[in-house]
Design a protein around this ligand. Structure first.
Ligand SMILES: C[S@@+](CC[C@H](N)C(=O)[O-])C[C@H]1O[C@@H](n2cnc3c(N)ncnc32)[C@H](O)[C@@H]1O
Ligand code: SF4
Ligand code: SF4
Length: 340
């Protein structure tokens, strides 16, 4: 992140009346080398995209366009983002532009790409328990020892509190969280627990894996308790559990993914309304896309959403929507981010 770039982007946002997107989620690949039981990508071979080949120049050009537009933050995601051999180069380019950069990863390849990973403003490694057997059951491969070894290596290249452990939480691993919080405290890491929720892709869903009824209260209570015991190390949005209980996005809490969070696919195409459902896609320059009547119509619809949104509680769109929907949540998000 470059402060000069962030200041320039802020001026562009102000000039537009905060009408332009402020973050990009780039799915560098839809492939994955893990098979997590709660994730769509875990269905083996389902997302075998080859679209990562030969796209380098197009992605660099997109990064130039996003910088010119005034986007603040750039997230590399997937699938497993490091399965795209170009990801390290994209991180370096995005950092050079001045974006605030982040990347969730399963950690299997972070040692191989340690120099690229070291450049991220926030590295997020997904570890949802410290018991090897349970990890293998939840994440589909017996990979915990190698991931922890990789993490220890990468931490030698990173500043305190710039690495986050993402833990997908349900009733099965709730009791593992205090151990994970201790693990984070000992290494100056941030623990970000997120309740498991159903994720839809193009209208398809895995069998229901959500929390229901009392389970939501139990998880929320346990997380609040954990945060009060580890205030420097545990971060999550308290309001998320209220949102979860009420069934996720809807007219009372619209999803701002279409207008605020740009979804870019491995081939550089931009998809709307979101990364999980495509009603419009294009390889045109980003300014042209956001001036297109079909895109304006989609954005106008975000206040009421679509039938396929019913029950959606996905974390990344929730975070950008929290900023936009409520000044109080925006302040809470900022404090959360700063772990205050
Ligand atoms: C989709 S993954 C992509 C990046 C990378 N493969 C990883 O596992 O970190 C992004 C994050 O979403 C989390 N995740 C996946 N499915 C989830 C679900 N159904 N509920 C909550 N979190 C989930 C993962 O644990 C990970 O932290
Ligand atoms: S959570 Fe990440 S590592 Fe697990 S299957 Fe999904 S994309 Fe792969
Ligand atoms: S609520 Fe948002 S992220 Fe979820 S399906 Fe609808 S547009 Fe996509």
């Amino acid at each position: 992140m470059k402060y000069s770039y962030i200041a320039k982007a802020a001026l562009r946002q102000i000039a537009s009346g905060f009408k332009i997107p402020y973050m990009v989620m780039f799915e560098t690949t839809l492939m994955c080398n893990m098979f997590c039981e709660y994730c769509m990508f875990g269905v083996e071979g389902k997302y075998n995209d080859l679209t990562t080949r030969g796209q380098r120049e197009r992605i660099f050009k997109r990064l130039d366009e996003f910088a010119e537009l005034g986007v603040f933050a750039f997230s590399f995601s997937g699938g497993e983002p490091l399965l795209n051999p170009n990801t390290s180069d994209y991180i370096a380019y995005a950092k050079d532009k001045g974006f605030w950069t982040s990347m969730p990863t399963n950690g299997l390849l972070i040692r191989k790409f340690a120099d690229g990973v070291a450049k991220l403003d926030m590295l997020e490694v997904s570890i949802d328990c410290l018991d090897e057997k349970q990890f293998a059951k939840r994440r589909g491969i017996d990979g915990l020892p190698v991931i922890i070894k990789n993490l220890e290596y990468v931490l030698t290249k990173r500043k305190p509190f710039t690495t986050q452990i993402n833990a997908a939480v349900n009733m099965e691993n709730l009791n593992d969280l205090p151990g994970l919080a201790e693990f984070c405290k000992a290494r100056n890491l941030v623990l970000h627990p997120e309740a498991v929720h159903n994720v839809m892709r193009g209208g398809e869903m895995l069998p229901d894996s959500e929390l229901h009824g009392e389970q939501i209260d139990i998880v929320e209570r346990a997380l609040r308790d954990l945060r009060s015991r580890y205030p420097k190390n545990v971060r999550f949005y308290s309001h998320y559990y209220d949102f979860y209980r009420k069934g996720g996005f809807g007219p009372q809490f619209p999803c701002r993914h279409p207008s605020k969070l740009i979804s870019m696919k491995p081939d550089g195409s931009i998809h709307l309304p979101c990364a999980f459902k495509t009603l419009f896609q294009s390889q045109a320059p980003v300014r042209e896309i956001f001036a297109h009547p079909a895109v304006k119509k989609i954005i106008a619809q975000e206040a009421t959403l679509w039938d396929f949104c019913k029950g959606c509680k996905i974390g990344c769109p929730y975070e950008v929507s929290a900023f936009t929907n409520s000044p109080k949540l925006a302040v809470e998000s900022a404090l959360n981010f700063l772990r205050m």
